[in-house]
Write a protein that binds this ligand. Structure first.
Ligand SMILES: Cc1ncc(COP(=O)(O)O)c(C=O)c1O
Length: 425
């Protein structure tokens, strides 16, 4: 069943302990007053994740599956990783969690399996809001008999589920969409999208890469069939994980060597993945669970899932404050903000902002920010189609500033001052 927080828990009444959380990220202290505003391209890592990677490499850097203690320690560490990721996602069972290299390779792997199940249901719905990793992989199936159907975003930079309804029918095999736009920050009502897909007998595949550091994930409440995340966006080292409903993973044709058990998660895990980074992911989740266990001076015992839910809800609430402040700074500087730009609707976005300043090239903005010790990014954000929809050339693209819970309102203020100075030039 899906779960929810007890009334009043981590609802924003509690001040978010940003200084205490920042102290747990060694890279933030080392960087001095440098501002990390490029988190959508990869977030920093808490001390616990470094320690877990080190511990693996120093104490049991051997292949799993061997009849000796060091190898058994690797088996146990991978199993712990599956259990903690299962709690992070609210999966029913750790066997629904598969580990691998990154999100793109998992999307490709699932798409190749889906391609083998194509019959009269040969349509796949993709969106023009998604990262190309969750578009190009499905488009590549066209030569295998798949017809692509486009779920297009509205001009305001959001996907509306009412536009999905007429696209889905008895020919639809799968809907592939993101949970939130990594470029614009706009959230998608994925639970409603799943209901629409399922009512037509289709599956839904969710790209949760950009959403995972921002708010609670609940695969049961969303009722998704597959969901993919990437560790380096969620305070862990480089690795990826795939969730699949057990029956969907059982039914998915995959490549597997003869000696690999034909059952999830093993049948989905081609080759050796990076055990130390799985240990790092486990530790990143422990960092989040500890935040949930301690926020607001709370002391009563709770499950890891409850603590994760509490932590991610607190992060979500704090990030709406960052979003409001960012919108204010962007509007004040006269920026064109793509996606949800009304501060009254910050609950419809995460603090990821694509913008342009009239008359100033995106690269010039990034250079000025870099000179001021602020790391942001420009370009097409791996979604050239979306740029064209925004009326922006993919060559120049947009500027993106992407924040997470260790960013502060003071940092937003510094960002706003640099931006204001650019407008004044
Ligand atoms: C929304 C989204 N999906 C997919 C990807 C690809 O992830 P990976 O680098 O793990 O393959 C990214 C990477 O930036 C992303 O932001």
């Amino acid at each position: 069943m899906s779960d929810s927080l007890p009334a009043g828990a981590a609802d924003g009444a509690t001040e978010f302990p940003v200084a205490a959380q920042r102290a747990k990220f060694p890279a933030l202290a080392r960087a001095g007053d440098f501002i990390f505003f490029d988190n959508a391209a990869g977030a920093q890592i808490p001390q616990g994740a470094f320690d877990a990677v080190n511990d693996h490499l120093l104490n049991h850097n051997v292949q799993r599956g061997g009849p000796y203690d060091r190898s058994r320690a690797v088996d146990a560490s991978v199993q712990r990783g599956r259990e903690s990721v299962a709690d992070f996602l609210n999966a029913r069972d750790p066997s629904e969690i598969c580990f691998g290299m990154n999100a793109t390779s998992f999307i490709r792997l699932v798409s190749l399996g889906v391609a083998q199940t194509i019959s009269r249901r040969n349509e796949i719905v993709v969106t023009d809001l998604d990262h190309d990793a969750n578009v190009a992989t499905w488009l590549a199936l066209e030569r295998m008999g798949v017809n692509i159907v486009w779920w297009k975003m509205r001009d305001g930079g959001v996907l509306d589920v009412n536009d999905l309804k007429p696209l889905v029918n008895q020919r639809t095999r799968l809907v592939a969409c993101t949970v939130v736009s990594h470029a614009l920050g706009s959230l998608v009502d994925v639970a409603a999208a799943a209901r629409i897909a399922h009512a037509a007998g289709a599956d839904i595949f969710l790209d949760c890469v950009h959403y995972s550091p921002h708010a609670p994930i609940d695969v049961q409440a969303w009722d998704c069939d597959f969901l993919v995340c990437s560790g380096y966006k969620a305070f862990a080292p480089h690795m990826g994980f795939l969730y699949g409903k057990r029956e969907k993973l059982v039914a998915l044709p995959t490549f597997r060597e003869d000696f690999i058990p034909n059952e999830p998660p093993y049948k989905v895990e081609a080759g050796t993945f990076i055990y130390e980074n799985v240990a790092g992911m486990d530790a990143a989740i422990a960092y989040l669970a500890e935040l949930g266990a301690t926020i607001g001076g709370r002391n009563e015992p709770a499950s890891r899932r409850e603590n994760l839910l509490r932590a991610m809800t607190a992060i979500k609430t704090y990030e709406t404050r960052l979003s409001r402040a960012m919108l204010e700074a962007l509007h004040f500087a006269g920026a064109t903000v793509y996606g949800v730009s009304d501060a009254a609707h910050v609950d419809r976005r995460v603090p990821t902002f694509a913008f342009n300043l009239p008359g100033v090239k995106p690269l010039a903005i990034c250079d000025a920010m870099s000179d001021a010790g602020i790391g942001i990014r420009e370009g097409h954000m791996y979604t050239p189609r979306l740029m064209r929809r925004l009326g922006v050339s993919p060559e120049t693209g947009v500027v993106r500033a992407s924040l997470v819970h260790y960013n502060t309102l003071d940092e937003v203020k510094r960002f706003g001052e640099v931006l204001k100075g650019l407008r004044a030039r």
